[in-house]
Write a protein that binds this ligand. Structure first.
Ligand code: HAM
Length: 420
């Protein structure tokens, strides 16, 4: 063992479980590609000011959790704590919103960094797949994105993901609600830190998980009673579309999310098998973010799904494969001539899309067959001197144990047929 360990709050993706992470990323990405989302990749660090303005000065993320440092050149940069601000910044910079039809549909997959207190499901380095639809104010887009996330979880076999839904109003009705909520919260028995929050970001208090705070919030004013006509109609349509698509959701008036840019639709996907870090994904509409970071008005909506927590959810539902098969075919050469022949065959198999591996270094038959079993291959291709003299190799089915001789010229077609 090396003297070094992965830093606190981080972990390595190593086989065999790394395969599950790839599968989750791929299922999420494939789902949004099918709806016309195109891949975007931005730097892992940005100007610190982008996140301060975008995510919000009063959020936990900005006040406590950012990895911020000064470069040799004296600039303050921050490892991205989330993807939305960066993706919007990139789209604005490249004028993607002026290049063609709106919305601009983008998706991404990568590493994010938050200096959080590590626990199960909460890491300092974690992985998200996200999707953002920029430049359209259409409730169908909100519903479509939610549906795509539901479909991604379905593809992965998850059955116990619940959807929580809320709306936060817009710049017309939210300030009225905010003031009413603030008024109510000022009358409660709260500690100093929470009282400060009441003044800066009262909606966040609704998200407080502590029982003595929760108990005082039962009669808090509800956003639903303050929505303007436009927001009411918009949210009604999102709910209508979800219902007609057969998507089950729970209205959660306390769902405010930990980032400041949201307007109207907010949602979260939760899984009850994960303990306290139950959110496997979340998102919402952010009609004002573009202007907050210096761009033109660009009403948008998006989500990010947590890859690490989705893998944990799959584990909780018993969906992780116990044994992973590395390759389909394993070559076992006995002698120099066989090694050369099978070296060529391996190349041909791979060129045909069949995964194949072999043994390296001088190994006897027994060790080589053991390696073949370990690889998870379905077939072993065994070539010895005597068979080769007859231009034959042995093809062994490692599941049934059955072995048949195959002419060298027939190896590729025979294996391809058996695997199909
Ligand atoms: P978020 O809710 O902060 O939203 O993160 C989305 C998901 O990332 C969470 O539901 C969770 O699964 C995962 N996640 C967040 N923090 C951690 C952590 N410390 N360890 C492990 N997993 C974590 C956003 O990031 C928004 N950018 C989503 C969005 C996109 N809104 C609009 N567009």
């Amino acid at each position: 063992m090396s003297t070094f360990r992965a830093p606190k709050g981080t972990f390595d993706l190593i086989p065999p479980s790394s395969a599950a992470f790839l599968a989750v990323r791929e299922a999420m990405s494939e789902t949004v590609r099918l709806a016309g989302y195109q891949y975007v990749e931005t730097p892992v660090f940005e100007d610190t000011a982008l996140f301060k303005r975008g995510v919000g000065e009063s959020t936990d993320i900005v006040t406590k959790e950012m990895y911020t440092f000064t470069t040799q050149g004296g600039d303050s940069v921050t490892l991205r704590p989330e993807g939305t601000a960066s993706v919007l910044r990139a789209a604005l910079q490249a004028n993607l919103h002026k290049a063609g039809q709106l919305p601009v549909k983008l998706y991404y997959s990568g590493s994010y960094f938050r200096y959080e207190k590590p626990q199960k499901g909460r890491y300092r380095h974690f992985s998200q797949v996200g999707a953002e639809a920029l430049g359209a104010e259409d409730p169908m887009l909100d519903a479509e994105l939610i549906l795509l996330a539901v479909e991604a979880y379905r593809r992965l076999g998850l059955r116990e993901v619940r959807l929580l839904l809320n709306t936060l109003g817009d710049r017309t009705c939210r300030p009225v609600y905010r003031a009413a909520l603030q008024e109510f919260l000022r009358g409660l028995d709260l500690d100093e830190e929470t009282r400060a929050r009441v003044e800066i970001n009262p909606l966040r208090v609704l998200d407080d998980k502590r029982p003595h705070v929760r108990a005082q919030l039962t009669d808090a004013p509800r956003i639903a009673d303050y929505l303007c006509e436009e927001c009411k109609a918009f949210h009604g349509e999102v709910r209508e579309l979800l219902t007609s698509a057969g998507v089950a959701f729970e209205d959660d008036p306390n769902l405010v999310r930990g980032l400041d840019y949201y307007t109207r639709t907010t949602f979260e996907f939760v899984h009850d098998g994960l303990g306290s870090q139950s959110a496997v994904g979340g998102g919402g509409r952010y009609d004002g973010l573009s202007e907050m970071i210096g761009g033109s008005a660009l009403p948008s909506v998006g989500w990010a799904l947590g890859v690490d927590r989705t893998v944990l959810a799959m584990e909780a539902e018993g969906l992780l494969a116990q044994e992973v098969s590395r390759v389909q075919v394993f070559a076992v050469p006995l002698g120099e001539q066989a090694r050369r022949l099978l070296f060529g065959v391996l190349g041909q198999l791979r060129a045909q899309g069949v995964s194949a591996d072999t043994v390296y270094g001088a190994r006897g038959l027994k060790a080589a067959m053991k390696a073949a079993d370990r690889s998870g291959a379905r077939y072993a291709l065994v070539a010895g001197e005597r068979d080769l003299a007859d231009n034959l190799v042995q093809l062994k089915d490692l599941v049934s144990g059955e072995q048949i001789p195959v002419a060298v010229a027939e190896i590729i077609p025979t294996i391809k047929e058996k695997l199909s």
